[in-house]
Design a protein. Structure first.
Length: 357
């Protein structure tokens, strides 16, 4: 993991500390100002023998320096106290104004408010995705997630990476993703999937192990640099392990041998301007009324227009190009292809109680 560099953006921890310090300065200043006003009221009431209203009025106009005349004549002792009261008021009010202007000019208040808004939004995330690491791989994953308009959060310990993610409008959390408390802070128990895209294989392995320990049901996808790391991450509990070098080599070979096929698959799997999409639908018996029916009986093709490419059974058996006699069973994963409207209709048929994104 890249270390912190000079001139980097202020970390969330430092923002929180400076925001609290600025707020405490203003609170103490307000308390001190209240103490000065109270001391003036008590003096004019108890020592000078004025009424409460006169004592309050005299204290306020004295500290406000509005230039009104004395409410009642004061002796030498009363005038000396009034001078001291004015000086104390000037010092305290000057301290408050200085603290407020410093916090405002340096952006402590604005940064603190933005930080609290991000954390509030982060705490509200559910059924979201977690991207650990915002390097080249993590950045591309985040961009694809953003195009799909799904909720996700970026976790990284590097200041520059967090700043870059924030500038792109992503929800972020600065911390070490290998630490349990960091994963808990970003809601790993409520997340659907975690993508480990950290620079080193060891960090990705630790992140996967921590995530699976805290949330055994979460789906984990990890980046790996070597074939040996792929095997270790799979043994560590990663559901999917992808090596950019191995995958990139296979992709380049396929592009050379079958360029039209690669272009077609690229067009339906990624990009925000594509017309055709591929989506998967989990058949849950409590939501799907088509369980137990054949594809011919459901008339999915004629009613939605979407093409059913494959069905993966609950035991991981894959049926490619299912025919009209293929039965839809509980726990199946139906893979369909079509336009956004066609897939939305397909979702309404298979899961009428669930909303397609």
């Amino acid at each position: 993991m890249a270390g912190r560099r000079p001139g980097s953006s202020i970390s969330d921890t430092l923002i929180e500390v400076t925001y609290r310090r600025a707020r405490q300065h203003l609170i103490w200043g307000a308390i001190a100002l209240g103490g000065v006003v109270l001391s003036g009221i008590l003096w004019y009431k108890l020592v000078e023998g004025w009424t409460w209203l006169d004592a309050i009025y005299m204290s306020v106009i004295t500290l406000a320096s509005v230039g009104f005349a004395e409410v009642r004549p004061l002796g030498s002792r009363g005038r000396i106290f009034t001078i001291v009261l004015i000086l104390m008021g000037v010092v305290v009010i000057g301290y408050i104004l200085n603290s407020f202007s410093e916090a405002l000019i340096q952006g402590h208040f604005q940064a603190g408010i933005r930080l609290r808004q991000r954390r509030k939004l982060m705490d509200s995330l559910t059924n979201h995705y977690i991207i650990c690491g915002f390097g080249r791989t993590g950045r591309q994953v985040a961009m694809e997630f953003s195009l799909e308009r799904i909720p996700f959060i970026v976790v990284d310990s590097d200041d520059h990476s967090i700043q870059a993610a924030q500038q792109m409008g992503f929800i972020t959390y600065q911390g070490d993703a290998t630490q349990d408390q960091v994963l808990q802070r970003v809601g790993v128990e409520r997340a659907i999937c975690l993508v480990a895209a950290l620079p080193s294989d060891a960090e990705n392995l630790y992140t996967v192990l921590s995530a699976k320990t805290l949330a055994p049901q979460i789906r984990t996808i990890s980046r790996a640099s070597t074939e040996e790391a792929v095997q270790k991450l799979q043994r560590g509990g990663a559901d999917v392990v992808i090596s950019p070098y191995i995958t990139g080599g296979k992709r380049m070979a396929a592009a050379a041998l079958r360029p039209q096929v690669v272009d077609f698959l690229e067009g339906i799997l990624s990009g925000g301007d594509r017309a055709v999409y591929v989506e998967e639908f989990l058949i849950a018996p409590e939501h799907c009324p088509k369980v137990g029916q054949t594809l011919g009986q459901t008339e999915l093709r004629s009613k939605s227009g979407a093409l059913i490419l494959a069905i993966r059974r609950a035991d991981n058996t894959l049926i490619v190009g299912p025919n009209a006699d293929t039965i839809i069973c509980a726990g199946d994963l139906v893979i369909g292809m079509g336009t956004s409207d066609e897939l939305r209709l397909l979702n309404q048929i298979l899961s009428p109680l669930r909303r397609y994104r």
